[in-house]
Design a protein around this ligand. Structure first.
Ligand code: URA
Length: 203
């Protein structure tokens, strides 16, 4: 582990936390990525939204959920009455993991070690923001927050209790974008919207 990360004191602001994150070399993902993508949103947010990791667009812009999955999240959240600008939005892993094919950078799922190393930062974000509710979107967020990724589709739509406090479980918007059947996709987006509505209600 990098000395910079081990010896860093508890940050007192998001700015300080981002500075520490930018220097992180806890796992190899920092090297090929363009930049770290920290969470964003108000420090007193009642809701913290946690995704998997930045994608191609997020890596280039340095902001979470600005690419296609983010646009689906924004649209569905607005329909569900969940105000993204009032939430703290972040990821379980802070650097984009990808492999290159020609000019394209293809997303690769983070492994256990990468998720565990990056949990350091997610834990600090939770301690700083102290949200009333955490919305875990997808198996990586669920793994990081509860220690168990199995059975996502059975666990979704409910609150689980973690050492961070209540965690509301739902699917990841990228999962919805990947569903090949249009009818099924529309149904699943409806369920996702219902999950977001419930999360907003509980916050
Ligand atoms: N997918 C995520 O999990 N997070 C992002 O920020 C973008 C896409």
């Amino acid at each position: 582990l990098a000395a910079a990360c081990i010896s860093a004191p508890m940050p007192e602001s998001l700015g300080e936390l981002c500075g520490q994150m930018a220097a992180c070399t806890r796992c190899p993902l920092h090297a090929p990525a363009t930049q770290v993508v920290p969470g964003e949103g108000p420090l007193d947010a009642g809701l913290m939204v946690v995704g998997e990791q930045p994608g191609d667009q997020e890596d280039l812009h340095g902001r979470p959920f600005v690419g296609p999955a983010g646009q689906l999240f924004d649209r569905t959240a607005a329909e569900a009455g969940l105000d993204r600008s009032a939430a703290y939005v972040t990821n379980a892993v802070k650097h984009f993991k990808f492999r290159r094919t020609g000019k394209r950078r293809l997303h690769q799922a983070p492994n256990r070690d990468e998720i565990d190393h990056c949990k350091w930062w997610l834990d600090l974000e939770v301690r700083l923001v102290k949200p009333k509710l955490i919305l875990a979107m997808g198996a990586t967020a669920l793994q990081s927050l509860t220690g168990r990724r199995e059975g996502l589709l059975k666990r979704r739509g409910r609150v689980e209790h973690s050492h961070h406090g209540p965690v509301f479980v739902t699917v990841h918007p990228s999962y919805l974008l990947r569903l090949p059947d249009e009818v099924r996709r529309a149904e699943e987006i409806d369920r996702f919207r219902e999950d977001l509505r419930q999360a907003a209600r509980l916050t």
